[in-house]
Design a protein around this ligand. Structure first.
Ligand code: AHR
Length: 510
């Protein structure tokens, strides 16, 4: 048993954006078809075609944002294929999905999913093989209140009221599958697509805010990602600036190459390698945030008095993140992978990086919610399991909208990492403390110095007998959180035991 000392300091003014806990779903493998969506006629219990045992726990999380339809799938998706009664069957070759796409899950179904889960929709337009007109008409279909042919079509398809979609992704990974573009190529398309996007009003007559999201860099390429963002902003700075609101960085924690293991078969070295890989995202966030600031500073001031000079702003968001283990490439359904305790620990560490950088990062979507990569749900036939990663999101929910609290931990190192990594936030007089025990095999005794009197509200720990443990269809509740209440250990001081390789969340009323 190792001992660590965690000191809670002052509450800062930095608020954790709820959107850091967002989700991403794509027509890839069995994420949507067979996973989230089974259709109304299915023998699998469903609510309006959504698999009940996925929809209900997903709705319980209230994902702040859901991004759809891709990913790479967005680059070939034509939204008209997915509306109305007679939908064409197309072919879905995305990442080896390799099967006909019946298009029964389309725009109206996605909007219904958002309504049922309380999520804000993020639509990613097809910049690669779609047209400017097609993108503008998609916006008309979802957002137009006035009587037009497209708003009539939406009404005919069941939605009287416009959906009020605010988040628009303008292309996906345009540096690779999204067109192999240079920043200059992309900016010239971005200027056209965003200039053509119509404007809308909310029911009270005020303008509907619309946010345009630029395709950010490949976060896994240290040189290219710097050049991408620098060159992108240089191209945007030339002459007049189009509307821009956010840059969408993608970062996967690759567990590929000669050292790669599998998601549920690894040793101590593999444990630490993958944990450390996840933490690299913090360097990328800080670097990209600085590059955005640098790029914006170079924008020229507008000439003349007609348009008042506005300080340009562009937020950093992460549209895709997660562990990507080597076997996923060959998996069928495509990119299906298990999620073991190691993945839950990396998810907790990653979400804590996001929380810690709440002044720099505005949103982050996990790739992906169901049956693909770092998923929260796995389904097979009529069976569903919640992965350990699901429970991390559930346990971390109290941080949404909380203010970051200063925290320091003096912990011994194991495998090159501090044995315990901690994060805290405060909301409505409740301090929530995360304690991630990164040690592969040694438990920790943590002393939490709150420095003020407090009552313990709750204490929960997600841990497993073995680091390779996961939830399977035969043993769906192998890795679930259990109560682990901290004990009072003095004035303003509490103590709790953290199992090796675990995630704990303690809540104190202060
Ligand atoms: O999430 C899987 C794929 O990874 C997405 O389609 C793509 O955007 C990324 O390369």
């Amino acid at each position: 048993m190792q001992t660590v000392s965690v000191h809670i300091g002052n509450t800062t003014q930095t608020v954790i954006p709820p959107a850091l806990h967002s989700q991403f779903i794509e027509h890839l493998g069995s994420c949507i078809t067979g996973g989230l969506w089974v259709g109304k006629e299915s023998a699998i219990p469903n609510i309006e075609g959504f698999r009940k045992d996925v929809l209900e726990p997903l709705a319980a999380l209230r994902p702040p944002v859901i991004r759809w339809p891709g990913g790479c799938f967005a680059d070939t998706y034509h939204w008209r294929d997915g509306i109305g009664k007679d939908r064409p069957v197309t072919f879905n070759g995305n990442f080896g999905t390799d099967r006909p796409e019946d298009n029964t899950f389309g725009t109206d179904e996605f909007m219904r999913l958002c309504a049922l889960t309380g999520a804000e929709p993020w639509l990613n337009i097809n910049l690669m093989s779609g047209t400017v007109r097609e993108a503008a008409e998609w916006a008309e279909y979802v957002n137009r209140a006035e009587p037009t042919a497209l708003s009539a079509l939406r009404r005919k398809n069941g939605s009287e009221a416009p959906y009020g979609v605010k988040l628009w992704g303008i292309g996906n990974e345009v540096w690779a599958g999204g067109g192999n573009m240079t920043p200059e190529d992309y900016v010239s398309l971005y200027r056209r697509f965003t200039s053509a996007m119509p404007r809308f009003k909310t029911p009270d007559g005020s303008p509907l805010p619309q946010y345009f999201i630029l395709s950010g860099p490949d976060g896994n390429k240290p040189k290219e990602r710097v050049n991408w963002t620098r060159d992108l902003f240089a191209a945007l700075a030339r002459y007049r600036q189009p509307k821009l609101d956010a840059l969408d960085l993608h970062f996967y924690n690759w567990n590929v190459g000669p050292e790669a293991d599998t998601e549920d078969r690894f040793d101590e070295a593999g444990w630490y390698r993958v944990l450390k890989g996840a933490l690299e995202i913090e360097t990328v966030i800080r670097e990209q945030y600085a590059l955005i600031e640098e790029g914006l500073a170079r924008f020229p001031a507008p000439e003349g008095d007609l348009f008042p000079a506005q300080k340009p702003a562009c937020r950093l968001i992460i549209g895709e993140w997660g562990n990507w283990h080597q076997p996923a490439f060959a998996a069928r359904p495509a990119l299906w992978q298990q999620c073991a305790m190691r993945d839950a620990v990396t998810s907790a560490l990653t979400l804590d990086v996001f929380h810690r950088n709440a002044d720099k990062l505005s949103a982050a979507c996990c790739a992906q919610t169901v049956n693909v990569l770092n998923s929260l749900f796995l389904t097979e036939g009529d069976r569903t399991v919640l992965t350990p990663h699901y429970y991390v999101y559930r346990m971390y929910k109290p941080h949404r909208g909380g203010k970051l609290v200063e925290i320091s931990a003096s912990a011994p190192e194991t495998g090159g990492l501090p044995a315990v990594m901690a994060l805290a936030s405060e909301k409505d007089g409740v301090v929530t403390v995360n304690l991630v025990c990164t040690s592969y095999s040694v438990p920790c005794r943590a002393e939490i110095h709150l420095g003020r009197e407090a009552d313990v509200l709750s204490g929960e720990t997600l841990s497993a007998e073995k680091p390779t443990d996961c939830n399977t269809f035969d043993e769906p509740f192998r890795v679930v959180p259990h109560q682990n209440l901290p004990e009072k250990a003095g004035e303003g001081k509490f103590a709790v035991t953290l199992p090796a390789g675990s995630v704990s969340v303690m809540r104190f009323q202060v």
